[in-house]
Design a protein around this ligand. Sequence first.
Ligand SMILES: N[C@@H](CCC(=O)N[C@@H](CS)C(=O)NCC(=O)O)C(=O)O
Length: 216
Amino acid sequence: MSLVVYGAALSPFVRKVRACLLEKQLEYTSELILPFNQPDWYYAISPLGRIPALRDGELNICDSAVICAYLEDQYPDTPKLLAGTAAEVARIRWLEKYADYELAPLTTFTVFFNRTLAASLGQACDEAAVQIALQKLVAHFDYLEQQLDGQEYFVGQRFTLADIAIVTQWVNFSYGQEHIDTARWPELAAHQQRVLARDSMQTLLADEAQMLARIS
Ligand SMILES: N[C@@H](CCC(=O)N[C@@H](CS)C(=O)NCC(=O)O)C(=O)O
């Protein structure tokens, strides 16, 4: 088996894939591809140039959700992250989509980008956009707090891809110097800590610290 993850450590989507691989105890290597500065050859692997992409032997796959689903199907003897009843699997997919398409534009592409990444790309921080994103996030925090409904994890009372997909967005949010208000959303904040305490996440955060220090 030769799994290669293309991408950069601070991308929430790369983190999602790496967390899946670690949780599944699948060995992999990383090849650095910086977003916005992709080499021409990378478009043959990831047609939109986005990170992450995965190589598994002769096969190339892109998009974090597609990659995580592939890992689940291709390596069935590893710990399950996208399994359960049809209703549970649908709910995992929904929450992953919610994180990727509703949270990411606010937590990562606005808060993290402006507060942390922009300066290293020679761009100014658009603090007005950050403030609008923070206001929009309130409704998302409310929704997710309600979705937890007193449970430790989002789906089926066990750790799944939904937990990874959501918490990976909170990581970029915190890299943008913002935190979930524990007084207002106590279950969501506790859930974040629970997921971040996992060995997989601790390994990734330690790995990311170096790159974060370089751009901050
Ligand atoms: N839906 C994609 C999103 C990936 C994505 O937007 N990655 C960003 C970095 S966090 C990227 O590659 N941006 C560069 C670009 O769009 O050219 C996934 O889940 O993999």
